[in-house]
Design a protein around this ligand. Structure first.
Ligand code: BES
Ligand code: ZN
Ligand code: ZN
Length: 485
């Protein structure tokens, strides 16, 4: 889609379709030219209520208030309705929430995220005629919007939404087509296409040498070798070092603790953390944040076979700790244990891991929300504030010492499963905590994206399938951090 920021008044701007947001049911606004018709149609201008007046070529969308995510949602709804017509262009006014850059950014993110389509496996690809969105800088409340800031918002929106859609493509691709070797290929391509980026990819021999037995065990029954991927973006005068570690399970069958058929379906999405790490890295390097950014992905399948690792095994992780395997379906934490240890050798200022780690997190906070865990109240609060601006939903899950006792093992240093059926998202987080060094406890956050990573029934601006969960909230966090320095 092409975007044009125009200084022309809303009425003078020309386009095939006009889009008007009805804010808080205010049909008296100067842009609402069809008040009587709308009333006749019984249009109540509730949030997300759409009225498409085909003859006048105007679309009205209700939003409850001027908030960033309301704009994203409305833009996606506009796209959804207009893309069914033959219209080539669309115009919309500006809606100022708080910051001018972010308001334009949110609107365009909504169009870009809302127009994502995954049709790789469809023989017929339906292309929409809509090619251009013109945003008039005339503002809903007649406030002034700075043109440079609006253009910056456009740039950010395109980079961030594009990186999110990039992560969606990875996750949506089927496990036969997207293997650990595909992660390697994509990471190498990112390095080739971006300035100041280097990529190192490690194979099973390196993992052996590094004594990453937890990671290797998960890979054992897969015919495809594992990959540890390490991307680094290093601008001049980097102010901080931030590492994103992603769970890249290109398929999770559960291993010998095999998943029931219903639960195995969608497990191509168990690579969502890895895909998000790539997406975050792509956006961060394109936005040229003043930070050294690392993305580390543990990529493997979790399969079954005669050589599979077993419930009852004891594995020695890279940091020397022994892990009792009580369930081979709790594999993500094994891969992450070794990747987190590897990542800490980089001596980061912040370390985030992203993973579709537990079904328990989905039970705890619902399918729309990511669980955020970590020791530092300050870091969590900062992160959640940035996430809120991004439109991604998060919920904090607190650690406590009683839950920590549930992952004690009788025969090893730690067990990969909890002895209780309750609190599984947090006990998984606490398992990872075992591998976070003392000096890094307050620098680390664990993001369990199991709920929102893959969407079975569309909601908001998310279509069926992958949502790119994690990308926007982390990039928004980096942006907030960049403002601090
Ligand atoms: N990849 C799954 C978690 C998951 C479940 C992600 C649903 C997305 C949607 C993970 O590897 C897993 O299987 N976890 C187990 C842990 C249990 C065996 C302790 C789970 O959540 O059931
Ligand atoms: Zn699993
Ligand atoms: Zn998994």
């Amino acid at each position: 889609m092409k975007y044009q920021i125009s200084q022309e008044s809303f009425n003078k701007t020309k386009a095939d379709i006009t889009a008007v947001l009805v804010v808080d049911k205010n049909l008296e606004h100067r842009w609402v030219l069809h008040k009587d018709t709308l009333k006749e149609l019984g249009y109540k201008s509730e949030s997300e209520e759409v009225a498409f007046l085909n003859e006048s070529k105007v679309i009205y969308i209700g939003i409850s208030s001027l908030e960033y995510d309301e704009l994203r949602n409305a833009a996606a709804l506009i796209y959804k309705n207009v893309s069914k017509t033959k219209a080539k262009s669309l115009k919309i006014g500006s809606y100022l929430c708080k910051c001018d850059k972010l308001s334009i950014q949110a609107l365009i993110e909504g169009f870009e995220l809302g127009s994502y389509k995954f049709d790789k496996y469809k023989s017929e690809k339906n292309k929409s005629s809509l090619k251009k969105v013109i945003i008039s800088l005339e503002e809903y409340n007649e406030k002034k919007i700075n043109k440079e800031k609006a253009n910056l918002g456009l740039k950010y929106a395109q980079i961030i939404a594009n990186a999110t859609n990039y992560a969606k493509d990875i996750v949506n691709t089927i496990p036969n087509d997207y293997t650990p070797l595909s992660f390697e290929k994509d990471a190498n391509e990112l390095a080739k296409e971006h300035k100041n980026v280097t990529c190192k990819v490690y194979d099973e021999k390196f993992l052996e040498k590094e004594k990453m037995q937890a990671f290797l065990a998960v890979n054992r029954a897969s015919p495809i070798p594992p990959r540890l991927i390490h991307l680094c973006y290093k601008p001049e005068n980097a102010k901080k070092k931030i590492v994103f570690v992603g769970k890249g399970l290109t398929y999770d069958s559960g291993g010998l603790s095999l998943k029931p058929a219903d639960y195995m379906l969608t497990m191509k999405a168990d690579k969502s953390g890895g895909a998000a790490a790539l997406g975050i890295f792509k956006a961060a390097s394109e936005l040229e944040f003043p930070f050294e950014i690392h993305a580390i992905i543990g990529a493997t399948e979790n399969m079954i076979g005669g050589n599979a690792y077993k419930p009852d095994d004891v594995l020695i992780a890279r940091n020397g700790k022994s892990i009792e395997v009580r369930n081979t379906d709790a594999e993500g934490r094994l891969v992450l244990a070794d990747c987190l240890d590897f990542a800490q050798d980089l001596k980061p200022d912040f370390i985030f891991d992203l993973a579709t780690l537990t079904g328990a997190c989905v039970v705890a906070v619902g399918e729309f929300t990511s669980g955020v865990m970590g020791h530092s109240d300050e870091l969590r609060a900062k992160f959640e504030k940035a996430a809120k601006k991004s439109g991604e939903l998060t919920s904090n899950l607190y650690f406590n010492k009683h839950l920590k006792k549930l992952i004690k093992s009788q025969i090893a240093d730690v067990s990969n499963t909890s002895s209780s059926r309750y609190g599984g998202a947090i006990t998984a987080g606490l398992f990872l905590d075992t591998f976070i060094r003392e000096e890094n406890k307050n620098k680390w956050l664990h993001l369990d994206i199991a709920g929102p990573a893959f969407i079975e029934k569309e909601w908001g601006y998310n279509q069926h399938g992958a949502s790119g969960a994690g990308v926007r909230m982390c990039v928004y966090f980096l942006n907030e951090l960049a403002k601090e320095i």
